[in-house]
Design a protein around this ligand. Structure first.
Ligand code: SF4
Length: 251
């Protein structure tokens, strides 16, 4: 990862440039309608290490077998694991869902998260992350998709791009990146920037072999500058040395 030089004004400028450039390339994504927050949370838990398609298959099967969350909470972990198996890591995901449902019922008396609509962003994130199985990223993704909150969720693609682009430090964790980037994202554009950075990370600024030559941001990108510097340091052997080597007798 690249050393970054971040001041609030540079961060703001770079994030705005990124948001505008990505809008030109990918457009403005339409926001889904407000969703049930507990449904969105379970979908987020099912998303780990799988495709959207398999996540949806698992969620639909879960809803088919357990028409309400009380029925799911009453089920055994094995039954839940079978229902969500198409998303992979069935046992692990079933355990997390079951543990959250039980915790929610104990804490709030009912299996619903709609009361979060009355809370501020900070309060809603704090309430969700009180459960030890829910991290900052899961809380942000859930609230960003389920409501019209202007929250910027940092996933693996966004964390990687932010590191390369010098928006966060080399040691900044994805969790910490939420508080480091969020305040500087252009107002009202967190969802748009999140979705477009995902598309950018999947198509251009890929984990392996980023397509820097196709990237509109390379002039502003410390990672690209660093690559160029390294390449220009690989000076070819001077001609005279090469000629001498060619003439050296072979044993
Ligand atoms: S120049 Fe390369 S590393 Fe930098 S943001 Fe673009 S694709 Fe990513």
């Amino acid at each position: 990862m690249v050393q970054n030089s971040r001041s609030p004004s540079i961060l703001r400028k770079k994030l705005l440039r990124l948001a505008d450039g990505l809008r030109e390339r990918f457009g403005v994504p339409s926001r889904p309608r407000r969703a049930n927050i507990l449904d969105a949370l379970v979908q987020t838990l099912l998303s780990q290490s799988t495709t959207d398609h398999n996540r949806n298959l698992a969620f639909n099967e879960l809803k088919k077998q357990f028409p309400d969350w009380d029925a799911a909470a009453a089920a055994t972990q094995g039954a839940l694991a079978r229902a969500v198996s198409s998303a992979g890591l069935g046992n692990q995901k079933a355990a997390r869902i079951r543990s959250f449902l039980h915790w929610l019922r104990d804490e709030h008396g009912e299996l619903s998260l709609e009361f979060l609509n009355e809370k501020s962003d900070t309060q809603a994130v704090e309430l969700l992350t009180r459960h030890k199985g829910i991290g900052i990223k899961t809380a942000y993704v859930t609230l960003m998709w389920a409501s019209d909150r202007d929250l910027f969720a940092v996933d693996v693609h966004i964390h990687r791009i932010s590191g390369r682009f010098g928006l966060i430090g080399a040691k900044t964790t994805p969790e910490k990146a939420h508080s480091e980037l969020g305040p500087f994202v252009p107002k009202g554009r967190a969802f748009e920037l999140h979705v477009n950075m995902l598309a950018f990370g999947r198509t251009i600024c890929k984990a392996r072999s980023p397509k820097c030559r196709e990237c509109d941001f390379r002039r502003m990108c410390p990672h690209y500058r660093e690559l160029n510097r390294k390449n220009s340091n690989q000076v070819p052997e001077p001609k005279r040395t090469r000629d001498k080597l060619r003439q050296a007798p072979k044993n």
